[in-house]
Design a binder for this molecule. Structure first.
Ligand code: PLP
Length: 352
């Protein structure tokens, strides 16, 4: 199987395709019925993830969305409110599932670079009383997707978690890209995970697996989440074939995440040189979001122009364009994409 390098696809780190070696590992995986807990590959993956995160147990699930939603369901009761960042993935990109599946209301609050300010969290927690929803959980996302792959400072996570816990509120970490935060800062994964009661991680983003996520927490939490996974229709049978892709990603594609970060910095360098373009967040990991209003163009127009010239990116907002570096786009391709984007967009600026 050849990895296509054209067009240069920087829409998301979810677009990676499993290479030959990962496919071989998947094909050769020992499997069993996971509803009977007899799939050895899933069992190994769950043990490995729990171990990496310093949690008692973990559970393999089909997607990051299901993982987040299972955690929220398991932490809360029907009608609860969940404090989230105003740009949280669970708020914008999970199809309204917190409301649809768990009867939860999300309480968005603002905060720089995707992190929730401690005082704002304190203010957002509902007092007791029959008028109010019960604040059932608080959610953190690290790295933060809509805020350009930015990293929550660990101290801020700990401070926010301490406030929530002092009020008996469960804390969930959407760690779809916690691997990237760990690689960029060197902070151990268990330190991040300890700030939350439940953690969700993804294998199908920077790690390059075709499918899969896991949630982790105490043994009791994971048992209950397992029950909820069945209710959500996410209990699978010989899914060790998929877990093998995730294990392969953890073993072979983990350390190279730093290359994605370097490539994002290189790409940002090209884009920063274009008058009228503004990179809205510091580029800390593998995501670059640019404000394009200064070019007099919409995000869709930029996406179209670049697509016609072989560079794929995504509209993150009406005038914001997102680029994500990943396993299937190497340093040379990223430089090519940067050159193409800079040349085309420079020519588009008003008065050029
Ligand atoms: C921060 C974050 N959380 C959760 C998800 C959901 O993952 P999935 O697409 O596997 O449902 C994503 C997907 O991009 C994400 O970026």
């Amino acid at each position: 199987m050849t990895h296509p390098t054209w067009p240069i696809d920087l829409r998301s780190d979810t677009v990676t395709r499993p290479g030959e070696a990962m496919r071989r590992a998947m094909a050769a995986a020992p499997v069993g019925d996971d509803v009977y807990r007899e799939d050895p590959t899933i069992n190994s993956l769950q043990e490995k993830v729990a171990d990496m995160l310093g949690k008692e147990a973990a559970l393999f699930v089909p997607s990051g969305t299901m993982s987040n939603q299972l955690c929220l369901r398991t932490l809360t009761r029907m009608g609860d409110e969940v404090i989230v960042h105003e740009d949280a993935h669970v708020l914008h990109y999970e199809g309204g599932s917190a409301a649809a599946l768990s009867a939860l209301q999300l309480r968005p609050i603002a905060g720089a670079l995707g992190a929730l300010p401690v005082e704002a969290v304190e203010r957002a927690i509902r007092p007791a009383g029959e008028h109010f929803a019960r604040t059932g959980a608080l959610e953190m996302e690290n790295t933060h997707n809509r805020c350009g792959g930015t990293i929550w400072p660990l101290e801020q996570m700990e401070a926010v978690a301490a406030v929530a816990r002092s009020r008996g509120i469960g804390v969930h970490l959407d760690g779809a890209r916690i691997w990237n935060a760990h690689k960029a800062t060197g902070i151990p994964l268990p330190a991040y995970a300890a700030a939350a009661d439940s953690v969700s991680v993804c294998f199908s983003k920077g790690l390059g697996a075709p499918v899969g996520s896991a949630l982790a927490g105490t043994r009791a939490f994971v048992e209950e989440a397992r029950n909820n996974r069945k209710r959500f229709g996410g209990a699978m049978r010989q899914a060790g074939i998929l877990a093998a892709g995730a294990l392969y990603g953890l073993e072979h594609n983990f350390d190279r995440l730093v290359q994605d970060h370097e490539n994002a910095a290189v790409l940002a360098g090209y884009l920063r040189e274009v008058p009228g373009l503004h990179i809205i967040h510091p580029v800390q990991t593998n995501i670059v979001i640019v404000e394009v209003a200064g070019l007099g163009m919409t995000a869709e127009q930029v996406v179209t122009v670049l697509k016609e010239n072989g560079v794929l990116c995504g509209a993150a907002a009406p005038t914001r364009v997102r680029f994500v570096t990943h396993l299937d786009v190497d340093a040379a391709a990223v430089r090519t994409a940067g050159e193409i984007a800079a040349r085309l967009l420079r020519a588009r600026r008003p008065g050029a």
